[in-house]
Design a protein around this ligand. Structure first.
Ligand code: FES
Length: 159
């Protein structure tokens, strides 16, 4: 009778030991899995790249003398005068709307800022003139604008 009770007690202890062993194995495996996944997430670069600031806008022949062509998707206006070409931003310096071309220069549809042909503020809430961007001729003959590089107002590229 006493040996049967001892056998049951030993059996209970064995099953409890097996359960604890199994639980600790699951916990160990789980923590190893979390460690591997977090390391993989850490290794993967999280950098996001915006649109390029330097882009081609076409050949100089596409901009005839006297042209003021607004490239809305690029937020830039290409100005050609004779053999000179320039790029003026069309992002309003007030709150960032795209300014449109007007008879006197540029006009913002959002809050009514006005700019002259060179982007100088002539009215409205805009605090600064429209910036001019560096424009250059690529080796393949395309004009390139770099919106990361502002130049002094009135700076043209001779082509
Ligand atoms: S965003 Fe152009 S005037 Fe306000």
């Amino acid at each position: 009778m006493n040996s049967t009770k001892n056998d049951v007690q030993a059996s209970n202890e064995t099953s409890r030991r097996n359960l604890l062993s199994w639980l600790s194995s699951v916990a160990l495996f789980g923590s190893a899995l979390v460690s591997v996944v977090s390391n993989l997430v850490f290794i993967k670069p999280r950098a996001t790249y915006g649109p390029p600031t330097r882009f081609a806008i076409g050949k100089p022949e596409e901009f005839p003398s006297g042209a003021r062509i607004s490239l809305e998707a690029r937020r830039v206006c290409v100005v050609r005068e004779g053999n000179k070409v320039a790029a003026i931003a069309t992002t309003c310096t007030h709150l960032g709307c795209i300014v449109g071309l007007s008879e006197t220069g540029f006009a913002c549809p959002c809050h009514g800022s006005r700019f002259d042909q060179d982007g100088v503020v002539t009215g409205g809430p805009a605090p600064k003139p429209l910036p001019w961007y560096k424009i250059s001729l690529a080796p393949n003959g395309d004009l390139e604008v770099d919106t990361a590089l502002e130049v002094k107002s009135g700076t043209y590229l001779n082509i």
